[in-house]
Design a protein around this ligand. Structure first.
Ligand code: UDP
Length: 428
């Protein structure tokens, strides 16, 4: 696996992976999450598991199951944890706990290190007191300002984990007594969604949707979710179109754990109806996402709340200027004015789109800088390196000590990690 990434990822990170894998070979890793399809968590795990397995670390992935009512409750919990004013009734808590009890009877957290992803399966830890030292809670959302009632409900369970891992410092919940670790997510440059494509491939796919490559294309790829603000994107586009002949693509699917998707999609389709320059594409394949992002002149991710925002990473890796909402993990990725722009309103987005459409050279320069920024900070190789470090840390039972693992250090700077060779050596 490492050799495939030789001329893509920084050499130093590949050497670090080698050193750490030597110390961990034969140990096991298990992920537990709530869906295999849709959204950033599934996206990362689908790429990450073959990586750790190829390094001699057998890796498994369990998914909790549940009825529609369970996923409605977990969606409300998810929203309330990100600050939405949503009440979770006692009845809903019971639905949640009953499903977790059912799943605890089916899933055995028995690997050397177990990563439980996001709030949906978080309560599982209550059922495995003897495994707590090896269980890590991997939080993919912004937990900085949860609704107090839902946080009071969840916090005692989270505090039983060996550690909690957050994407960026801002997301971490101060009110936790367990160590907090920082590891940014990543994209895989060799996946179908990110691999290089020829211009012919891009044109064939994009024109297949009726999109005209001869006119500017603005693309937002994301689940149909209100926090991704697709209606704000349409409002911004309509302002821009008074001045520029251009096209908008809103491409998205639904995640199996998100029951709100179809409703939001219907609203977007209604808003776009009758406009031949707005393309609402449902459930694009990875190859289609890749081609749409590569065909774009500008990538948007105009979220009003966001986890990390992998579509921003994907857009920057494709050498595009990216305009993103100044929320969640987006400001940790876009360097404002250098790799793209951070915005707070449809008007702000429209203003920046107009600037980039009238200064295409500036857009290309920003895109090239964005690609380098991703190369050092947000490729899967750095992520694998950080997970291996985390495994070592958990297995050495160091959870009582504070730890800093990943993080972005600068424009094209290398993320942290300390003296990794020494760390791997300690273990072997
Ligand atoms: N994605 C996709 N098809 C879709 C919508 C999204 O492949 O129809 C992908 C997108 O390219 C990205 C991921 O799903 O890789 C979304 O991750 P992000 O962090 O942007 O948002 P999330 O959905 O996790 O909130």
């Amino acid at each position: 696996m490492i050799e495939k990434y030789r001329d893509i990822a920084p050499d130093k990170i590949l050497s670090e992976i080698n050193a750490l894998a030597g110390a961990l070979r034969g140990h096991t890793l298990q992920h537990i999450s709530s869906t295999r399809i849709g959204g950033g968590v599934a996206e990362i795990l689908n790429r990450m598991i073959p990586w750790t397995t190829s390094l001699g670390i057998p890796t498994t992935w369990d998914v909790i199951d549940g009825r529609q009512d369970f996923f409605e409750v977990t969606k409300s919990i998810h929203n309330a944890l990100q600050g939405s004013d949503v009440e979770i009734s006692c009845c809903n808590k019971e639905i949640y706990l009953a499903h977790l009890a059912h799943n605890a009877g089916k899933i055995e957290p028995d690997a050397d290190v177990v990563m439980v992803h996001d709030p949906q399966p978080a309560f599982l830890i209550e059922y495995f007191p003897h495994r707590r030292k090896s269980m890590v809670w991997r939080c993919h959302i912004d937990l900085s300002r949860p609704m107090p009632a839902i946080w009071r409900f969840l916090r005692p369970a989270i505090n039983k984990y060996a550690m909690a891992v957050f994407h960026i410092p801002h997301f971490a919940q101060k009110d936790l007594t367990i160590p907090k670790v920082l590891i940014s997510p990543s994209i895989d440059p060799l996946s179908e969604k990110n691999r290089e494509l020829t211009q012919e491939e891009i044109t064939r796919i994009v024109e297949g949707f009726g999109i005209d490559r001869g006119r500017p294309i603005i693309v937002q790829v994301s689940r149909f979710d209100r926090f991704k603000d697709p209606m704000g994107v349409i409002a911004a586009f309509r302002q821009v179109r008074r001045h520029f002949d251009c096209q908008l693509v809103l491409a998205g699917g639904g995640a199996t754990d998100d029951p709100e998707g179809p409703m939001v999609q219907a609203e977007v389709e209604e808003a776009a109806a009758g406009d031949p320059d707005i393309f609402v594409l449902f459930q694009p394949t990875d190859l289609e996402v890749n081609a749409l992002q590569r065909a774009a002149d500008i990538i948007l991710q105009k979220s009003t709340r966001e986890g990390f925002g992998l579509t921003v990473t994907e857009g920057m890796w494709k050498g595009k200027p990216v305009i993103g909402g100044a929320v969640g993990g987006i400001p940790a990725q876009i360097i404002h004015g250098e790799t793209g722009y951070l915005v707070n309103s449809p008007e702000g987005a429209a203003y920046r789109i107009r600037y980039l459409l009238s200064h295409p050279h500036a857009g290309s320069v920003m895109g090239a800088r964005g690609r380098e920024h991703v190369r050092y900070n947000f490729l899967i190789t750095r992520h694998v390196r950080d997970y291996l470090l985390l495994m070592l840390h958990v297995m050495q039972n160091e959870s009582e000590r504070p730890v800093f693992i990943g993080g972005v250090t600068g424009k094209t700077g290398r993320p942290g990690g300390g003296d990794i060779a020494a760390k791997a050596g300690e273990k072997s």
